[in-house]
Design a protein around this ligand. Structure first.
Ligand code: EPU
Length: 439
């Protein structure tokens, strides 16, 4: 029976989250130290991959952000036992999973829920999930995921908003991806971990969180080689015994957002607990623009000398190790403050410039031509009332507000809180004048 009171309460909760805003008074120079949380996108893959295990595991450094909490709720709904401790670790026991159908309403609200297709397919040889949701950057096809599952022997059927995949048995095969896709690479890798024989994924994506999901599965008994290169070899194993613990890598995009905040406010921020190699696509460009970047073993300090002008630059987003699309909006804000004309080419997503209208409301001078944005730097930004249209666009508008003269109100901040842990308290500890209000 439908519990209408519960549905109403949930709707009110969601509406209230959407109504919350950040109020930012710009002009403060940010400085200090910030610890970087575990990677959201790695955690989404790893929690899903844990649904494949034949025993319990402990996952450390799991960020406490909305998307992860939704993923945990969906997995509990499947029957998995999951507990979080005060240190940010999750204890997951998937042995009690009783269904291959991930049809909790929230499956539709996040993108990472598509990893349950691969995990449940690996576990039960069949899986049904709602079409996943997530940020809207234009079309977000999943044909490459399906291509991989079909290569492993599964039939795919999409009906009534649900995807169903089913195989008599999963058998290792060669899969050549037509586009470099993070999601497809991870999903196929997860499904293949318990398939019979060897699966070779060619033209695989190389993002750090793909390596993290592979390392997690290997710690649990899988045999995956080559993650981090464009050819991944998965030798299927019959059982993933688990009973181990694994710690998630730091979030490359969270770290990059704070590094950009340092350069933008002409401040000095040290991000701690990072893997500097993952940050190279950004550190190289920040140095090119004139920022000072000091790299330690697990920390990076970004600063701008007093009075120094940052120079315009050209950026193009690419799959790793190229410049990450998830730092594109935040970087565009920095380019608004540089000396001269900069270019930002978005080559991963069709429609990831929606926030630029909000930046223009704040005084930015940006011309969009298809996938290219031409940014004329040096115009004054002033506070305005703007809306977070997706996670990274929302973070970019907060950065713009930190730089702008006067007050900025960013609405719909639930989008930002999907992926940044303790955003307000971390920003405040660096000297940002930012307040969260419930409207
Ligand atoms: N694509 C296809 N077919 C597919 C899959 C993808 O054509 O079957 C295309 C997409 O349209 C896009 C490109 O391939 O043009 C890359 O898509 P990808 O599959 O790599 O993206 P994703 O797995 O859906 C993940 C991150 C995104 C991040 C992208 C690119 C997660 C949960 N999401 O998405 O992160 O932008 O990779 O790096 O890992 C974020 O964290 O804010 C975020 C949006």
């Amino acid at each position: 029976m439908i519990n209408r009171t519960l549905i109403k309460e949930e709707k009110v909760k969601v509406r209230d989250q959407h109504l919350a805003s950040y109020i930012i008074r710009g002009g403060n120079r940010l400085s200090g130290d910030v610890n970087i949380s575990g990677s959201k996108n790695a955690a989404l893959g790893i929690i899903s991959a844990a649904m494949l295990l034949d025993g319990a595991c402990k996952i450390e450094n799991v960020p406490d952000v909305a998307d992860i909490n939704v993923m945990v709720e969906i997995c509990k709904h499947l029957g998995a036992k999951i507990k979080r401790d005060s240190e940010g670790s999750l204890y997951i026991d998937p042995c009690s999973i009783s269904t291959w159908e991930a049809t909790h309403d929230k499956v539709r609200s996040i993108r990472g829920s598509y990893y349950l297709l691969g995990a449940l397919l690996g576990r039960f040889k069949k899986s049904t999930i709602y079409m996943p949701g997530g940020c809207n950057f234009g079309t977000r096809p999943i044909d490459q995921h399906m291509k991989g599952f079909e290569a492993l022997g599964a039939h795919v059927n999409i009906e009534y908003g649900k995807i169903h995949v089913e195989a008599e048995k999963l058998k290792g095969e060669h899969v050549f991806l037509d586009v470099v896709s993070v999601g497809a690479t991870v999903n196929i890798m997860i499904a293949a971990a318990k398939a019979e024989g060897v699966t070779v994924i060619e033209n695989a994506a190389r993002e750090p969180h793909i390596v993290d999901v592979a390392n997690f599965l290997n710690t649990m008994g899988a045999n995956i080689r080559g993650a981090g290169t464009d050819v991944i070899r998965v030798s299927g194993v019959p059982v993933l015994e688990a009973d181990c613990s694994y710690s998630i890598i730091p979030d490359q995009i969270e770290a990059g957002t704070y590094m950009l905040a340092a350069a933008l406010t002409r401040g000095q921020i040290t991000v701690h607990g990072v893997i500097p190699r993952h940050m190279e696509p950004l550190t190289a460009k920040l140095e090119e623009m004139g920022a000072l970047v000091e790299v330690g073993d697990e920390s990076i300090c970004v600063s701008v000398e007093n009075g120094k002008q940052l120079q315009a630059a050209s950026y193009k987003t690419m799959p790793y190790p190229g410049f990450p699309t998830d730092l594109q909006p935040q970087t565009t804000v920095l380019l608004c403050t540089a000396n001269g004309s900069s270019r930002m080419t978005e080559s991963v997503w069709d429609n990831r410039f929606q926030y630029i209208d909000d930046l223009k409301t704040m005084g930015a001078d940006i011309l969009i031509s298809g996938k290219l944005a031409i940014i004329e730097g040096g115009h004054k930004l002033t506070g305005a009332h703007v809306t977070a249209r997706d996670l990274r666009a929302g973070a970019a508008l907060v950065l713009a507000g930190l730089y702008a003269e006067g007050m900025t109100e960013v609405d719909d901040i639930s989008k930002i809180e999907r992926g940044y842990e303790n955003f307000i308290s971390k920003m405040r500890s660096l000297g940002a004048d930012i307040t969260r209000i419930e409207n």
